[in-house]
Design a protein around this ligand. Structure first.
Ligand SMILES: Nc1ncnc2c1ncn2[C@@H]1O[C@H](COP(=O)(O)OP(=O)(O)OP(=O)(O)O)[C@@H](O)[C@H]1O
Ligand SMILES: [Mg+2]
Length: 352
């Protein structure tokens, strides 16, 4: 059964709890639980105890309600009903529920994608508007330069104006590059090559110094349908970020292993899970403050003096184009882990 069920008697003792319920609450099924007070068995979930405790007190019991289980970091949708005897007196209650955690995550990703799309449109508009005045500044500064060939001061100021205008233009070009839709050149790609190349490329832009780098690729990892060049851009950006966070000391570990992606919960049961590859890029650096993790994928979000903040925005765009997903988990004690999940063959081909 894909739904969780908990039944209990009027005196608060457990009458039944199915395997799905044990799974959602992270508990191990035990026959001895039946007959114990539900408040004991479900100690890990104060929120559920609160809901169940209302079963005989509330005049309207919750129907299709949602509940966030804080400690377990899960969301459930649930309905609570009384069980009555022949005379209509309540003798117990039943909680039916469904784990909505995955549905929530999908919605969250959809929201983020929408936000990125509108940011991208805005950036494209601004970049386009900036191109003309910048070109004007360059041309006119060039003309002026020729009119004052003898003034050293004016020449040096004009040289500065020109170089600043060129810099601004380079940023605009980079921005336009970013907002352009990704076009993939898909080929059978060996991630082992991609990862090795990415570490080398990242080392050439950020000094690695004493950072220990480990690349662990599972034996027999399948090739995937992907764009070799763009995937190497993904991992180069992640590795460069890790080197920057580590600042010359610590460890960077990349692990690639086979996995599967569960079908959309709405379609569960109709489609088998998709074969996939998971690549974890972990560092034991300072981590990302919790209040910033929402923003790191936004274009131009950076905490670095010289960063442009496009690295992770590009990473996300390329991973999306591969029908993959990216998750980040970070704590100040253990560091940061970016997890990239890529389908072995692209989803569009798979659904055909
Ligand atoms: N491994 C990491 N450890 C700690 N913080 C990180 C890590 N990776 C990313 N970040 C944070 O996320 C921010 C955004 O990263 P992103 O790669 O998008 O931009 P950037 O590195 O600042 O600039 P750019 O990549 O464009 O040069 C970084 O400024 C940093 O604060
Ligand atoms: Mg970066």
């Amino acid at each position: 059964m894909r739904n969780g069920v908990i039944a209990f008697r009027r005196d608060g003792t457990l009458a039944l709890m199915n395997d799905e319920a044990y799974r959602v609450f992270g508990l191990t099924p035990s026959a001895g639980d039946v007959g114990r007070p539900f408040a004991d068995v479900l100690r890990v979930c104060p929120e559920i105890i609160r809901v169940l405790s209302g079963a005989f007190e509330l005049s309207h019991l919750p129907n299709r309600a949602e509940l966030r289980l804080k400690e377990l970091d899960r969301v459930i949708g649930y309905t609570l009903s009384q069980v009555k005897d022949d005379g209509g007196a309540p003798i117990g209650a039943v909680l039916f529920f469904k784990d909505l955690t995955q549905v929530e995550q999908l919605e969250e990703r959809e929201r983020l994608r929408g936000r990125l799309a509108s940011l991208g449109e805005m950036a494209a508009g601004i970049a386009h508007e900036l191109k003309n005045p910048l070109a004007g500044i360059e041309v006119m500064a060039g003309l002026l330069r020729r009119q004052v060939p003898d003034s050293k001061d004016a020449q040096s100021l004009l040289a500065d104006i020109l170089s600043e205008a060129k810099l601004a233009n380079a940023i605009v070009v980079e921005m336009l590059e970013f907002v352009r839709p990704v076009r993939l050149q898909v080929e059978r790609t060996d991630l082992r090559d991609v990862l090795q190349q990415s570490v080398m490329l990242a080392e050439s832009t950020v000094p690695r110094r004493d950072v220990v780098v480990r690349v662990l690729v599972e034996e027999g990892l399948p090739m995937i349908d992907g764009d070799h060049h763009q995937l190497s851009q993904v991992f180069t950006n992640l590795v460069a970020n890790a080197f920057e966070a580590l600042d010359g000391k610590g460890a960077l570990t990349i692990v690639a292993a086979t996995a599967t992606i569960e079908a959309d919960p709405a379609l569960a049961g109709q489609y088998p899970p998709t074969p996939a590859v998971i690549v974890d890029v972990s560092d034991d650096g300072p981590g990302i403050p919790a209040d910033l993790t929402d923003r790191i994928f936004n274009p131009f979000f950076t905490t670095k003096v010289t960063g442009t903040g496009l690295g992770l925005a590009i990473v996300r765009k390329i991973v999306d184009a591969h029908d993959g997903r990216i998750d980040v988990s970070s704590t100040p004690d253990t560091g940061t882990r970016f997890r990239i999940t890529l389908p072995v063959s692209s989803a569009s081909g798979w659904f055909k």
